[in-house]
Design a protein around this ligand. Structure first.
Ligand SMILES: [Mg+2]
Length: 325
């Protein structure tokens, strides 16, 4: 049966493609910054990192899966999405999937039911940050709908692999942030827009550690210039991340634990703070280290919806490995 697509499907899928671009450039560039020489270089000059093609990773592979399902069905069909994730995994298993994802996707690729496989691999559901890392195309597709619709589709997409309440909350928070970025794309530099992004996320994210972390992020006075943040470092005897982002990372996390709780609050903060500047958003996110590719994928996907295709540096876009849709 041919799925019924909404009348404005072409506009929806164009937004999803924009978000996918923002996500995949962040993912691919972020992945290069696990190497110290690239990390150091990009802090001095955002275009001084190694030249491409930069391979994108599992974040983009799964986001492509969501993009394709929305392209064909106009909504999240969980069975189709699970198969699409598994097909992409089977074709390119070397994209940097986590050990749990490898077991689950291999079972689904072999014909297993995703519900049974997911419960076998992650009892109680996964709260890994994978639910948020892949969500931007969905945020784009539903960005003109109300937030409740965005949250509902984000929940459906998370349940395939990340059914734990924190996994669901992480997907919803990142999706609502992306939709909010699009709705306010005329005024991304306005402090009221940036504050409003936190308000929208807090209003629609279920009670969870993710939501508590976003509330903590909203309380940080990000109007402070970043050099002031840097000064806060000076009194610290321990600087595990060796960057000026240490105080922020201590409050919000940076994805080192690969969980939504430890990833999404920081990403919402970084995206809100730099909602009008993709390049600054990504460099700030890189400075926090942690799960760099995933953090940059989440932040890049949100900010792209605010700044549009012209806001993504063309040098970075040219260096990203081609997307195969
Ligand atoms: Mg990755």
């Amino acid at each position: 049966m041919t799925p019924t697509l909404p009348a404005d499907h072409p506009a929806r899928i164009a937004r999803a493609a924009l978000a996918l671009d923002g996500l995949s450039v962040g993912d691919a560039l972020g992945e290069t910054c696990f190497r110290d020489e690239n990390f150091e270089a990009i802090l001095d000059d955002p275009f001084a990192t190694t030249r491409g093609p930069w391979s994108w990773t599992d974040d983009t592979a799964m986001a492509l899966g969501i993009y394709e399902v929305l392209h064909e069905h106009g909504r999240v069909d969980q069975d189709v999405l699970a198969r699409r994730f598994a097909t992409r995994f089977e074709a390119e298993p070397w994209r940097g999937y986590g050990p749990g994802a490898i077991r689950l996707l291999a079972e689904v690729a072999a014909g297993g039911d995703w519900r049974v496989a997911a419960d076998g691999v992650f009892r109680g559901g996964s709260y890994g940050n994978g639910s948020a890392m892949r969500i931007a195309p969905l945020a784009g597709y539903f960005a003109d709908d109300d937030y409740a619709a965005v949250a509902q589709q984000a929940r459906l997409s998370a349940e395939v692999k990340h059914a734990h309440p924190e996994g669901v909350a992480g997907a919803i928070a990142a999706a609502v942030a992306g939709a909010c970025a699009w709705k306010h794309r005329a005024t991304p530099a306005d402090p009221a827009t940036k504050r409003g992004l936190f308000d929208a996320v807090l209003a629609h994210t279920p009670v969870s550690e993710v939501r508590t972390g976003v509330a903590r992020a909203a309380a940080i006075p990000f109007e402070l210039p970043e050099p002031a943040v840097r000064l806060l470092d000076h009194g610290m005897s321990v600087q595990p991340f060796n960057t000026s982002m240490t105080p922020i990372v201590r409050q919000l996390g940076n994805g080192s634990r690969i969980s939504c709780q430890d990833t999404v609050p920081f990403c919402v903060w970084a995206a809100a703070r730099h909602l009008d500047d993709y390049q600054a958003a990504i460099v700030t996110t890189i400075r926090a280290r942690g799960d760099i590719d995933t953090n940059c994928a989440i932040v890049g996907g949100i900010v792209a919806l605010a700044v549009g295709a012209g806001g993504i540096p063309k040098e970075w876009r040219a260096d990203r490995e081609e997307l195969v849709v």
